[in-house]
Design a protein. Structure first.
Length: 92
């Protein structure tokens, strides 16, 4: 599913406004989520899941192509933990 698919779904299911307005609503929602994650906040969507930012430390790794040892730099990653509702949907 792409952002365009989400916009189309919002447009079809909610109606009452144009596709351009639906795109603006979806884009605003994504901007709010991105801003919260950038600040280091947790984003919890009840019934869907939780997005968090986690720090990964510097570590040793290996280039899979050459086998050469290398350092992997410290960085932040976004993680997602699905809610029990989503987990149960995926099990069936």
């Amino acid at each position: 599913m792409t952002k365009t698919d989400i916009i189309e779904g919002v447009y079809e299911q909610l109606g009452g406004f144009s596709k351009k307005e639906a795109a603006e609503y979806v884009e605003t929602t994504f901007d709010l989520v991105k801003d919260a994650l950038k600040r280091g906040d947790k984003v919890k969507v009840t019934g869907f899941g939780t997005f968090t930012v986690r720090a990964k430390r510097k570590r040793k790794g290996r280039n899979p192509k050459t086998g050469e040892a290398m350092d992997i730099t410290a960085r932040k990653v976004c993680t997602f933990k699905p809610s029990n509702v989503v987990k149960s949907l995926l099990r069936s």
